[in-house]
Design a protein around this ligand. Structure first.
Ligand SMILES: [Zn+2]
Length: 282
């Protein structure tokens, strides 16, 4: 993550218009689902692939994030949200009290499950295999087909929606009223921008595999004072289907030379018995 903090350029949000994001029925990306349609997207910089090193196969893009607009966009800019600096602050420590003050109150206790049709792939903590075994997994992975809608787990204010954090791809960060932060990574698209408020259960993004991700999934983190916490016990009604056994996948031997016999999942969830060979790096 240090690399993420040191590399890249400062992002200056663009305020491109007066209207906010409007809701529309869109059939282009997920047939039949009502998806938010941003009035404008940020310019794409192509696939933004790495050209050397261990992760040279991976790409931070294509960038597909809503462009800030209107009053919410201006608020985000006034608050200093949307910048790489703001994202880094949230990864390392607490949000500014002013940011938290702009978050709408929690709609309900606990967290809503973020991907309707998603499958729990990997838990929080020391569940990695291979060279990164000793680095704890900072969130949970929920596998889903590409373009599956991602819902906000709780109401909050968008703090960051872009792809400048190395490894995370298109990543969304939302601050909740209690000061906690939700992070949604590897998205194919993000429909909301910094300064906007989102409601619990609202569709905010689509599942993808941008950034350092093996397989199409949502990498979800839940942070307090910059420290990642295990979100699994906080979900109020995770669908039973999310924890059903999933088929064995082809393993990438270069990345996972050894397979530990121990469960890959942080012990607490008996249902979480995924034997997936998925090896995401975030
Ligand atoms: Zn992950």
């Amino acid at each position: 993550m240090l690399v993420a903090l040191l590399m890249g350029l400062t992002y200056v949000p663009q305020i491109v218009g007066a209207e906010g994001v409007r809701l529309a029925r869109a059939g282009s990306e997920t047939a039949g689902a009502a998806l938010p349609k941003p009035a404008a997207w940020q310019p794409s910089r192509g696939r933004e692939c790495r050209n050397r090193g261990r992760y040279k196969r991976f790409c931070a893009g294509p960038r597909r994030v809503a462009a800030p607009r209107g009053a919410a966009g201006r608020l985000g800019q006034q608050l200093g949200l949307g910048s790489r600096k703001a994202a880094s602050q949230l990864l390392l420590g607490s949000p500014d009290p002013e940011w938290v003050a702009h978050a709408p109150p929690a709609a309900a206790p606990g967290l809503a499950w973020p991907v309707d049709e998603g499958k729990f792939w990997r838990g929080f903590g020391n569940v990695r295999r291979g060279p990164k075994r000793k680095q704890g997994h900072k969130g949970i992975d929920v596998g889903a087909t590409e373009s599956s809608p991602i819902r906000a787990v709780q109401s909050g204010i968008v703090a960051y929606a872009d792809n400048e954090l190395t490894g995370y791809g298109n990543v969304l960060m939302v601050i909740h009223a209690d000061g906690s932060v939700a992070l949604y990574a590897h998205c194919k698209a993000i429909f909301v921008f910094a300064g906007q408020t989102v409601e619990r259960g609202q569709i905010v993004a689509l599942v993808g595999h941008t950034g350092i991700a093996r397989g199409t999934h949502l990498h979800f983190e839940y942070r307090r004072r910059g420290r990642p916490r295990d979100p699994l016990p906080l979900f109020t009604e995770p669908p039973q289907s999310a924890f059903a056994a999933i088929p064995h996948r082809r393993r990438n031997r270069a990345e996972s030379p050894a397979r530990s016999p121990r469960s890959q999942v942080a012990a607490k969830s008996a249902a979480a018995t995924s034997r997936s060979s998925h090896v995401a790096t975030q």
